[in-house]
Design a protein around this ligand. Structure first.
Ligand SMILES: *[C@@H]1O[C@H](CO)[C@@H](O)[C@H](O)[C@H]1NC(C)=O
Ligand SMILES: *[C@@H]1O[C@H](CO)[C@@H](O)[C@H](O)[C@H]1NC(C)=O
Length: 369
């Protein structure tokens, strides 16, 4: 026995490569064990949440919700079946807790960032496009920028945007009237509303009128493409890996659209920096606010943190791109969902109409803020 073990050790000592291999394999084994244990632990904790039937063990619930009317009805059905929350598997490893009830959502939204950190998997798909804007940034950068952006949402600035929203909606209504007069009885509102919200945003963020609701705009098309590509990538588990994704035609398309969008934002920032006065910034601002031409880019260019430091061009681009994305997608989805439900439930539609008419009684349409 003794001589045997001597023999074995002697061989190992004689070959450092074997030793290295041994260390490597044990390290890998330890990692796999630690990972399995933590995964098992997570699964145990998730057991307290109800779980809708999966497609199978590998895909989990991936692909069960399509971007269609059926998808929305399926989600609505989830909410009415499970009420508060349910557990949702995106592939074999990644669980998502879907929260439906406002009283359950509230504590999550109020929780400090240290307790409820941002998602890192799905948000990473947006990173090359949106950079370190408010949506994706965290920690000190997030809180400092959050404070710096507060003036952009002052009531006096937002008030002037109502006219822009109104103009964009008027364009959409005119289009709908035209389509109806040409005999259309059904239309996919989401596309129209997305264009309308993007039109409004481009005017509010950049003071740029691309007339995108009437004629194709390269920039707006790129934003719509990026949003669609991110949603598609989410559904394709192998595409979650960057190195695979950027080898595919979709990944290439994503890169190209990112370049186009960044180029647009960069050009506006450069142009605006040139026209910005070195002194008398306050008067310049006041004049712009008075003429109602102050936009998001102006506010970003002029804002300072508590040490008097301004945002870099890269930061400004990230915030502007973030609001172009965050502002159009959520609003368009919300508005479409509201209109869909009002169309389905005429009695509520009537109540809303009455309420609006009550509020607007004795007021000129021009005065609405
Ligand atoms: C970027 O924008 C400039 C001017 O706005 C344009 O001349 C140039 O072709 C654009 N480049 C790309 C890659 O889109
Ligand atoms: C909104 O548009 C309508 C229709 O053109 C117009 O009558 C109204 O005055 C506008 N309201 C505002 C606040 O711009």
């Amino acid at each position: 026995m003794l001589s045997l073990s001597w023999l074995g050790l002697g061989q190992v000592a004689a070959s450092p490569w074997l030793l290295l291999l041994l260390v490597g394999v044990s390290w890998l084994l330890a990692r796999v064990l630690a990972w399995s244990y933590s995964f098992y632990d997570t699964c145990c904790r998730l057991r307290c949440f109800p779980q809708p039937p999966k497609r199978n063990w590998f895909w989990g619930h991936l692909g069960l919700i399509q971007s269609s009317e059926e998808g929305l009805l399926y989600t609505q059905n989830l909410a009415s079946t499970y009420g508060d929350v349910c557990c949702w598997w995106v592939g074999p490893w990644h669980a998502v807790i879907r929260i439906f009830h406002p009283t359950c959502i509230k504590p999550v939204l109020f929780a400090p960032a240290a307790i409820a950190p941002k998602d890192t998997v799905f948000y990473s798909f947006l990173k090359p496009w949106l950079g370190d804007g408010l949506l994706l940034s965290a920690g000190d950068k997030w809180s400092s920028h959050r404070r710096m952006l507060t003036p952009a949402f002052h009531f006096n600035i937002l008030k002037h945007y109502v006219k822009i929203f109104n103009d964009s909606v008027n364009v959409m209504h005119a289009k709908w009237k035209r389509l109806v007069s040409e005999g259309s009885t059904r239309l996919d509102m989401f596309e129209h509303i997305s264009l309308m919200t993007l039109d409004s945003l481009q005017k509010c963020v950049f003071s740029f009128d691309s007339n995108c609701q009437e004629k194709p705009s390269e920039y707006i098309a790129a934003i719509l493409e990026l949003s669609a590509l991110v949603a598609k990538r989410h559904q394709q588990i192998f595409m979650h890996m960057d190195f695979l994704y950027y080898l595919t035609p979709d990944g290439q398309r994503f890169r190209r659209a990112c370049r186009l969008v960044h180029n647009f934002t960069d050009a506006v920032i450069q142009e605006r920096r040139r026209t910005l006065p070195d002194e008398g910034v306050d008067d310049f601002l006041k004049a712009k606010a008075k003429a109602k031409t102050l936009d998001f880019i102006d506010v970003l260019l002029l804002t300072k943190d508590k040490d008097g430091k301004q945002l870099s061009d890269e930061d400004i681009r990230a915030e502007a791109d973030t609001f172009m994305f965050g502002g159009h997608d959520t609003t368009a989805s919300g508005l479409s969902w509201v209109l869909y439900n009002l169309a389905k439930h005429p009695e509520y539609q009537e109540r809303c109409r009455q309420r609006v008419q009550e509020l607007l009684r004795d007021r000129e349409p021009k005065e609405i803020e």
